[in-house]
Design a protein around this ligand. Sequence first.
Ligand SMILES: [Zn+2]
Length: 195
Amino acid sequence: MICKNCGIEITQDNKYPSDFRYCSSCGTERRAYLLYRKNTLISLRSMNLESKIIQTKYLIKQTINEFGLEHVYISYSGGKDSTVLSHIAKQLYPDILHIFANTTNEYPETLQHIRWEKEENNTNLITVIPKDAYGNAWTFKRVVETYGYPMFSKRIANAIRTYQHALSDTTKQHSIDYINRNFKKYEKYKELPIS
Ligand SMILES: [Zn+2]
């Protein structure tokens, strides 16, 4: 087992107790970083709406100044978060590019809203869809048939995937230990097509 961050071998002496993916120094560093993020989030959330909009516009302007308008786009899902971002960004840069990644697992109302956004609301929006090397679309159905369902959460699905793909008995046992330690109630799903 090697540390996810620095790549050194994790031993009994240098392991980080509450997260086996990191060595003790990277684990400690990560904990401090997560605490800093948590506190930043708390202070940002406590601002009033007007200040939040000012802060958001400031960040958008900084980004455009740093990278240039032609190197920036809004990852647009049609949901409420990216719609708010789009609304604010378009006040500053009306023609900013929006990219909608169609997962092929979208509600009809979402697709209708995307169409409205492009055709009626004059948003500079393009739709992309993932394709394989042969040009065939990676539809959601095909992903599930090939890899399994993305169930519960990314972390849990990833742990189950690691278990299923483990090459040695030791790795297999480590991943079972990890699942039992972090989310025991999902242990019973570990043989199902989840990825
Ligand atoms: Zn490390």
